[in-house]
Design a protein around this ligand. Sequence first.
Ligand SMILES: Cc1cc2nc3c(=O)[nH]c(=O)nc-3n(C[C@H](O)[C@H](O)[C@H](O)COP(=O)(O)O)c2cc1C
Length: 181
Amino acid sequence: MKKAIQTVILGVTGSIAAYKACELTNLLKKAGFDVRVVLTKEAKEFVTALTMQTLSKNKVITDMFEAPEAWDPVHTSIAAQGDIILIAPATANIIAKLAAGICDDILTCAIFASDRPVLIAPAMNDKMYGHRITRDNIARLKKIGYHFIGPIKGHLACGCDAMGHIADTKDIIAEVKRLVK
Ligand SMILES: Cc1cc2nc3c(=O)[nH]c(=O)nc-3n(C[C@H](O)[C@H](O)[C@H](O)COP(=O)(O)O)c2cc1C
C-alpha cells in the first residue's frame, strides 16, 4: 500500500545549477512530498544546508560520519526513508562515481543502500556532457534501470548556449510523480 505522504531524497551535487534545488524543494513540498535533502561537500559551495533545511523543513544530511540520532548509520537510515532518490543537479562526477560503484560519501552510499527508483537530472558543461566517458557512464546507469531527465539546451555557466542545462523544474517534478505512482 502507498504511504500517505511520499518522501523524495533530494541529492544535490556541486553544479552551478544547485540553486535550482531550492525551487525544486519548494515545488515538491507544494506537490505534497516530504523532501529530505542530502548535500555533497561540493554542493555546499553553492547552496547552504541552512537554506535547504528551511525550505525542506527537515534536517539536511551532509556528513556520513555525523553521530546518528538513532542507532542506525545515517546513509542507510536516509535510504530507507525514500520512495525515490532524485539527484538534481547531477554533476559529471556523481554520474561517474555511480557508474563505477564508488561509495565514498553520504550521497553515493545512500543511493547504493536503496532499492527505490533513482532519477538523475544532469547539469554540466556541454563538453563534459558530450565526453565519451560521461556518455558511457550514462548508458551504463540507464542499462541497470536508473532514470534520466535532461539535460536540455540552455545557457551554461561557461557563458555559451549549449546542451547541458538542467531540465525544467516542472518536468523533473512530473517525472518524480510518474516514477512513484
Ligand atoms: C563554479 C563551478 C561550477 C561548476 N558547475 C558544474 C556543473 O554544472 N556540472 C558539473 O558536472 N561540474 C561542475 N563543477 C565541478 C564540480 O563542482 C566538481 O566536479 C565537484 O568535484 C563535484 O562534486 P560532487 O559531484 O561530489 O558534488 C563546477 C565547479 C565550479 C567551480
